[in-house]
Design a protein around this ligand. Structure first.
Ligand SMILES: Nc1nc2c(ncn2[C@@H]2O[C@H](COP(=O)(O)OP(=O)(O)O)[C@@H](O)[C@H]2O)c(=O)[nH]1
Ligand SMILES: [Mg+2]
Length: 301
């Protein structure tokens, strides 16, 4: 990977299963100069919730730092699946966790990369939701620095993603395709063992090598893009997050006030109805009418 900058900080965002951890692993392995036969597993220490493949997820936002032999540092914030299998209820916590992690350990951000599965026609509802959540955390100044990476696809001919499914905030985002050789190498080793699907071993090996070549090309595109970007200070991100929390607080108290007002309104209507009924009676008992009218006048103030 050729680059003029020395340090890169990237936020990685995407649903569980989209390939975030595998991208981390690829970058770590590439920076270490490993070829597919030498790839080692990347473990996010103590930060995987465990369980089955679909249920396995990263618990909280976490920063990983990788160094290359020629002194390039790549810092990646692996964000939790903003809307993963644990449900939307945890999104607020994730948002907190991301903002806190950024505040704690990152001064500037070079880019945000949204991961999406390129074999699917559109983003999951949860990624859509996550993007909405993220747009409250990320300031407008960052919008140039957002990229979208389609995983599970090595070339545009395999990409099923429909252009019109790209949400507005990603409309101008730089796009990348990645069929991750770390995932493919892993599958190759499994298949070599099991041999359930028929494909010659050397054919499979060729397939792994081809995916490595394409992935290296993609990573070069990513770093060329990163090179040209103006890094964004995270002060703004943290400030905006504080602001969005304040807005939420304000909405809460406005809702409370509206509830009170609605209760008052209901009382008022009940009395007005009583008043209507009472009007008949009040021709005989003017004092009743007077007292009801006073009541209504009281409530109106
Ligand atoms: N073929 C292929 N498989 C992938 C790719 N990226 C991830 N996977 C596989 O998808 C599964 C989920 O990936 P993982 O990195 O754990 O997703 P995360 O939940 O976003 O961290 C794993 O079995 C990966 O090996 C890819 O680009 N191509
Ligand atoms: Mg993961």
């Amino acid at each position: 990977v050729k680059t003029t900058k020395r340090e890169f900080t990237i936020l990685l965002v995407g649903e569980t299963g989209v390939g975030k951890t595998t991208v981390l692993s690829l970058i770590a392995n590439i920076l270490e100069g490993r070829t597919p036969e030498q790839y080692v597993d990347f473990h996010a220490p103590g930060n995987e919730a465990g369980g089955s493949q679909s249920g396995s997820q990263t618990k909280s936002a976490q920063v990983y730092e990788f160094g290359s032999k020629n002194g390039v540092i790549v810092r990646i914030l692996d964000t939790p699946g903003l809307a993963d299998t644990r449900g939307l209820a945890e999104d607020k916590k994730h948002k907190e966790s991301i903002a806190q992690e950024i505040q704690r350990s990152i001064a500037t951000v070079n880019a945000v990369i949204i991961l999406a599965n390129g074999t699917l026609p559109r983003l999951g509802a949860s990624t859509d939701y996550a993007l909405t959540t993220l747009s409250s955390i990320f300031p407008n100044t960052l919008s140039n620095n957002i990229g979208i990476m389609f995983t599970n696809v090595g070339d545009p001919l395999n990409c099923n993603f429909e252009e019109d499914a790209i949400p507005d905030i990603l409309r101008h985002a730089k796009q990348f395709l990645l069929d991750n050789p770390v995932a493919i190498q892993k599958k190759f080793l499994q298949q070599k063992q099991k041999r359930t699907l028929q494909m010659a071993v050397d054919q499979m090996q060729k397939r792994v090598q081809a995916s490595e070549v394409t992935a290296l090309d993609t990573l070069n595109q990513v770093f060329d893009w990163l090179d040209a970007l103006v890094p964004q200070p995270t002060k703004e991100i943290v400030y905006l997050h504080g602001k969005s929390q304040n807005i939420e607080k304000n909405i809460d108290s406005a809702l409370a006030r509206m509830t009170q007002a609605a209760e008052k309104d209901r009382d008022l209507q009940r009395i007005a109805a009583d008043l209507n009924k009472a009007q008949v009676v009040s021709t005989y008992h003017p004092s009743v009418r007077l007292s009801l009218e006073l009541n209504v006048a009281n409530l109106r103030t």
